[in-house]
Design a protein around this ligand. Structure first.
Ligand SMILES: NC(=O)c1ccc[n+]([C@@H]2O[C@H](COP(=O)([O-])OP(=O)(O)OC[C@H]3O[C@@H](n4cnc5c(N)ncnc54)[C@H](OP(=O)(O)O)[C@@H]3O)[C@@H](O)[C@H]2O)c1
Length: 325
């Protein structure tokens, strides 16, 4: 079968497409014919050898996929050959076939196409867990989202709005903000041309945001953390800017706010039942038209690196998806 292969940690341009041997699923594993694979920011870091997880070489990137089950290993219950599913796996998705742990496999509702399924796992899974399990977001509260047109950011705008929050979207240019507006943002802040703290004061009458969802870190974090409301929850999602920030903890004391860590992958591994319930709710929301995850572009396997480059160059909106079959 064809797969994107990383032979040495380094640049994404060094990835190659090769025929590799397909492996039968082991116990508790499911083999999937990949119809769609989601592309994520950390995929680039893994290839560069800069992520917290380093796979044994050679490996195929790709942590999430959707497709058809073509084989099941020993001990697998409730999933059968022919099922339409979505799944997560540490790597392996940029390929015609992948083995996934059965615990991460979810059957798709009929209304959900493969590209949408591949696009909604890591982003919407992270966001649902972040906003509700960790952030305790309530209807009527104000939610600030940074990097608001990116993969996780746009999902936070959409899910926050669906939950009845007032959503303020912040991003680096007006085109990106327009996408966030289409996905439900009530107010927009361009943090390349406007001062984030000043605009947040104007928009919230000085109160700040009850919940802040920050996948960017760096300078954006430095400003955003000063916009947390009394009793607020600042959700640490990621550091796409490349800098892990430090901050003075007296800010948290003065406003009695919480800095809340979010690590969806680890949550999903530790609480597969709760994660499955979260996905069931998300799929019901897709069925009902309450959310519509944005797949802005699809790429065939031969152009997988182009998708990764668009993310590295900060040009992607919503999700990019690879369609190997
Ligand atoms: N905690 C978790 O469980 C979890 C789960 C999934 C992802 N994440 C993390 O969340 C972050 C975003 O992931 P994603 O897949 O949503 O990425 P993405 O689609 O590329 O979005 C990232 C956003 O960050 C902003 N950004 C600022 N500086 C950037 C830079 N130098 N390069 C690229 N983007 C930059 C961009 O928005 P502007 O141009 O508008 O600033 C971009 O839209 C990553 O750090 C990822 O590791 C964490």
């Amino acid at each position: 079968m064809k797969a994107v292969v990383c032979k040495a940690f380094g640049e994404i341009d060094d990835l190659v497409i090769e025929d590799v041997e397909a492996r039968a699923p082991g116990p508790n594993e499911v083999r999937i014919k990949v119809r769609a694979a989601g592309v994520n920011f950390p995929d680039i870091l893994i290839v560069q050898g800069k992520y917290q997880v380093t796979p044994p070489l050679p490996f195929t990137p790709g942590p999430e996929s959707a497709g058809d089950v073509i084989a099941v290993g020993d001990n697998v219950k409730d999933i059968a050959v022919g099922d339409r599913v979505m799944a997560t796996h540490p790597w392996g998705g940029y390929a015609e076939e992948v083995n996934a742990p059965a615990a991460t496999v979810n059957k798709l509702h009929d209304s959900i196409d493969y590209a949408t399924a591949a696009a909604m796992q890591i982003t919407y899974g992270t966001t649902y867990h972040a906003l509700f399990d960790r952030g305790q977001l309530q209807a009527g509260e104000t939610l600030l989202v940074t990097g608001a047109s990116g993969g996780v950011g746009l999902s936070a705008v959409e899910v926050g709005k669906a939950a009845g929050a007032r959503v303020i979207a912040a991003a680096s240019n007006d085109e990106k903000l327009e996408v966030a507006k289409q996905y439900g943002a009530d107010e927009l802040i361009n943090y390349s041309t406007e001062n984030l703290r000043d605009r947040m004061k104007e928009l919230t009458g000085g109160a700040g945001a009850d919940v802040i969802y920050d996948p960017v870190g760096g300078d954006v974090f430095d400003d955003a953390v000063r916009c947390t409301a009394w009793g607020g929850r600042f959700l640490i999602i990621g550091f796409a800017s490349g800098r892990i920030p430090a901050f003075k903890i007296n800010y948290a004391l003065v406003k009695s706010f919480s800095l809340v860590g979010v690590f969806w992958g680890s949550f999903a591994a530790r609480n597969p039942q709760q994660n499955r319930a979260n996905f069931e709710t998300l799929m019901q929301w897709v069925d009902a038209g309450k959310i519509k995850p944005l797949v802005s572009q699809t790429y065939d396997l031969d152009h997988a690196v182009d998708a990764m480059r668009a993310i590295a160059d900060r040009k992607a909106t919503g999700k990019l998806v690879i369609t190997p079959n």
